[in-house]
Design a protein around this ligand. Structure first.
Ligand code: G1P
Length: 271
């Protein structure tokens, strides 16, 4: 059973400046809805009961977005607008699912994950990276199904253009399970084109074993001076933890860059 999800949200969002100088990127609307709500919806529909947000002092606006009870109540005293009431109830439902932890220095995804250590109750948990939206198919739900069947770690992936491998975590295959699922032999964070063992790129959905925390505690900084989750995953694989790469069916939208962000609204408005 996967009941908990974690979402690292302390990143600075420099690729979306100047918008992110005042608004956290996860609150920027995509077709009229903050991107974080798409991620929460995916979690809820996948049966997740608790979501841990890793935020920073600078990004408390995210907490405020879900904690505006008094504000909404004062509005409802004046008028009962059906649309506002619907939105309020939805946010309230999410609020009950969310727990907040802090990562005040942005030192990479691996460091963010480590902040959740004492809150993870089960053997396995889900992690979603908020820059990566996946539409038309619930990727988390599918990955949970695979995990339930195979009892191992799972990561979402897509085949990318060879020229872009240095933008992603890339994995090599140990054994093919079927057309879209592979046991992973090794992973490498943002390799250059000559080092890349394939063009299978990891996308921001991971089902991880709690054992990852032991690796993260000892994890040294990697590419770009950050603590990468990929580097600790590499060590877990070496220790014998099974990882499946799952080429998902939905459409991937990269909201972390300005061009990708603009395109996301266009794509979602077509749904
Ligand atoms: C992170 C991971 C990388 C993964 C990517 C997916 O990179 O470190 O392995 O492929 O997310 O979006 P980032 O986007 O933070 O540079």
């Amino acid at each position: 059973m996967i009941r908990q999800a974690i979402i690292p949200l302390a990143g600075l969002g420099t690729r979306l400046l100047p918008l992110t100088s005042v608004i956290p990127k996860e609150l920027l609307p995509i077709n009229g809805k903050p991107s974080i709500e798409y991620i929460l919806e995916e979690c809820r529909m996948a049966g997740i009961k608790e979501v841990i947000f890793i935020i920073s002092k600078k990004k408390e606006m995210i907490k405020n977005y879900f904690n505006k009870d008094n504000f909404y109540k004062s509005i409802f005293k004046k008028k009962k607008d059906k649309r506002i009431l619907y939105e309020y109830k939805k946010l309230n439902k999410y609020k009950k699912m969310i727990k907040f932890v802090y990562q005040n220095k942005p030192s990479g995804t691996g460091d963010a994950v480590l902040k959740t250590k004492k809150f993870i109750k089960d053997k396995y948990f889900l992690m979603l990276l908020p820059d990566d939206l996946i539409i038309k198919n619930n990727c988390s739900k599918k990955m949970i199904n695979i995990h339930n069947k195979r009892k191992c770690s799972v990561m979402a992936s897509i085949k990318v253009n060879k020229k872009t491998v240095n933008r992603w975590g890339i994995y090599s295959i140990y054994k093919k399970i079927d057309k879209n699922n592979f046991y992973i032999k090794d992973v490498i964070e943002k390799p250059n084109i000559n080092e890349a063992p394939s063009n299978f790129a990891i996308i921001g959905r991971y089902i991880l074993h709690k054992k990852i925390f032991n690796k993260l505690k000892k994890q040294k900084k990697g590419k770009g001076g950050e603590i990468h989750i990929t580097d600790s995953i590499k060590k877990l694989i070496k220790d014998g933890e099974k990882f499946i790469g799952h080429n998902f069916k939905g459409k991937y939208l990269d909201c972390g860059t300005m061009a990708g962000y603009i395109n996301s609204s266009a794509e979602i408005s077509k749904l």
